[in-house]
Design a protein around this ligand. Sequence first.
Ligand code: ATP
Ligand code: MG
Length: 313
Amino acid sequence: MTTTDCSACLEISGLNTYFFTGDGIIKAVRDLDLRVPAATTVALVGESGCGKSITALSVLRLVPEPGRVVAGEIMFNGEDLLKLPQLEMRRIRGNRIAMIFQDPMTALNPVLTIGAQIDEVLALHRALTGEQARQRGIAILEQVGIPRPAQRYDDYPHQLSGGMRQRVVIAMALACDPAVLIADEPTTALDVTIQAQIMALLAQQQRQRRMATILISHDLGVVAQNAAIVAIMYNGMIVEIAPVATIFAAAQHPYTRQLLDCIPKPGQRRQRLLQRSNDKHQTEQFSAPFAARGEHIPPMQQVADGHCVRRWS
Ligand SMILES: Nc1ncnc2c1ncn2[C@@H]1O[C@H](COP(=O)(O)OP(=O)(O)OP(=O)(O)O)[C@@H](O)[C@H]1O
Ligand SMILES: [Mg+2]
């Protein structure tokens, strides 16, 4: 599937999200276009602070103060999410569009059992309570690979390992069979073997449920096996988007190439991504494309089918 597929389930156009701070306006998301077709995983990749989470929060209309979506359209099922009344939005959030938040430890309430937390979601969106909710909750825990789910249902979050807690967070996101799943760095807090298991679980659930999925990561290596399309974000903008194989074989933007260099290869020491704000070397080396920090934003240019790049020179 390519970015030109017509059955787009979620389509973001011209999104701009700014923070109006005492020190000035921070343009966290700029001129962002992204199509996420059904049954497809689109990865959003870029360094810390480039605007990945704020893009996701814009979709759910959960951008924190003093942030605000200042322009754009987010089409879902023929409706612009940005124009929906709050009540309608509440019906969609956690139900038709679910999100796995960046920090799984804060996503769970420590004083409620995991069963009670899944029940809350089912009561809100499915009007399921009591034994029916319990049975549905246990079934979903089983689907995400929690052993002995009927016992685990009554456990508190602290009684589970990090990997199991993340499975519970995924279960809560999937409880209402969402059409769109946004997974924001779903494995960052986990060790490497558990990371692989959680990514495999997400991929399996995504395929089975044919969800349109946005997978957020700062690591191209993590998304390589799990995304069909990769969008590279830099300083609030998508600077390159292409099918995953094209990103690896024929990346055009220097920043994408830099991200590719950060993927560890056998026999090589892992390179760290240079921080954009305080590294002189990087600014000089990429002075033209990284003029991205200025006001002028060139349009995305198509270089091949489904492959678009922004060029500053
Ligand atoms: N509460 C806030 N107040 C002011 N600016 C903010 C706030 N939250 C985010 N920003 C700005 O938005 C930018 C994008 O933030 P965002 O959280 O989307 O980054 P990210 O790509 O998700 O990074 P990370 O990989 O660290 O999670 C930040 O660089 C910051 O300048
Ligand atoms: Mg983030």
